[in-house]
Design a protein around this ligand. Structure first.
Ligand SMILES: C[S@@+](CC[C@H](N)C(=O)[O-])C[C@H]1O[C@@H](n2cnc3c(N)ncnc32)[C@H](O)[C@@H]1O
Length: 304
């Protein structure tokens, strides 16, 4: 399928049986006439104040946000409505924030989910900011927030595998929390390399295991109850993947363990969360007996 056909799917999916009710609800959102709405680029990415809305408008806002549950990434505060997502994505964002400057750069966020990080990146005034994610629900969550932010962010309902046929190359690509979902991690990193301009940079994070060996864990079925996790490398194995995919200047930015402060159940994400994924008798293990989730954050540059 060529790029034009793939892009058409973005429109077509709005008619799908499971997606249409979300989209129809989104159409009920009102226009905000008020100029100079306040935007807060803080941990709670926020737009407007409660007093900017009539009670009827506020009610529509609440109904729309609830229709689009689960909100995995956030948090957002829209006109005083606090959407407290499953993940406190501000923790990840604040960790990576010192490691980039996007001013005047062409930037992609691959696996951008509802765009929480991109909304916060706006503060840097990138030249262009494009999110890729194949999920219709997260696309509509993005549309809901962006309806009020009215940013120039573009959202493509595409995957990392489409980067190489995309019509722009990027100076900086983020791909956070996606690599372990890919059955071909080196091929995925090659797609990033092909999507970059000369000397372009990537910032990624992925699950990792401890050890100096150049090996990766391959879960039999699920890892932390997640079905589509394929390879979990040591840091040295990840460096080899990056090298083979055409990157150098590797920089390990951080190694973290996910806590129940970062990932937990909230009224905006009703189903299971971290506490259900770990062995109740040993928090160092997943329910399947694998090492508990640990992440490595890395930056790398496309080889000259
Ligand atoms: C674990 S979430 C990570 C979200 C966010 N980047 C973060 O780090 O918090 C994985 C995201 O990747 C998206 N995704 C799934 N398949 C993808 C693909 N082929 N290409 C890009 N993103 C994909 C999912 O829809 C989801 O939003």
């Amino acid at each position: 399928m060529n790029l034009e056909e793939l892009k058409k799917q973005k429109q077509q999916c709005l008619e799908w049986k499971n997606v249409k009710p979300w989209y129809d609800q989104l159409q009920k959102l009102f226009e905000i006439k008020k100029e100079n709405l306040t935007i807060g680029y803080d941990d709670w990415f926020s737009v407007g104040q409660r007093e900017d809305l009539t009670p009827k408008e506020y009610e529509i806002l609440v109904q729309t946000a609830k229709k689009l549950i689960p909100w995995r990434k956030g948090p957002f505060r829209l006109f005083g409505l606090e959407i407290d997502s499953e993940w406190q994505s501000n923790i990840k964002y604040n960790l990576i924030r010192p490691h980039f400057n996007l001013t005047n750069k062409v930037v992609a966020d691959i696996g951008c989910n509802n765009g929480y990080y991109m909304f916060r990146m706006l503060e840097d005034r990138p030249k262009r900011l494009i999110g890729f994610d194949p999920s219709p629900l997260t696309m509509l969550q993005f549309e809901m927030v962006n309806h009020f932010v009215q940013s120039q962010i573009e959202y493509e309902k595409l995957g990392v595998e489409h980067l190489e046929i995309y019509n722009h190359k990027f100076d900086f690509i983020f791909m956070l929390g996606v690599l372990y979902h890919r059955p071909d991690p080196i091929g995925t990193l090659k797609s990033l390399a092909r999507g970059l301009n000369a000397k372009g940079e990537i910032l990624i994070d992925t699950f990792m295991i401890d050890g100096d060996e150049e090996v990766a864990l391959t879960p039999k079925e699920r890892y932390s109850k997640i079905p589509n996790i394929y390879f979990i490398p040591t840091v040295n194995a990840l460096k080899n993947w990056l090298d083979r995919a055409g990157f150098d200047e590797f920089e390990v930015l951080a190694i973290t363990t996910t806590t129940s402060e970062e990932q937990r159940k909230t009224p905006w994400s009703f189903d299971q969360s971290l506490e259900d994924f770990l062995d109740p008798n040993d928090k160092n293990k997943t329910v399947e007996g694998y090492p508990a989730p640990k992440r490595v954050y890395m930056k790398a540059r496309k080889k000259a």
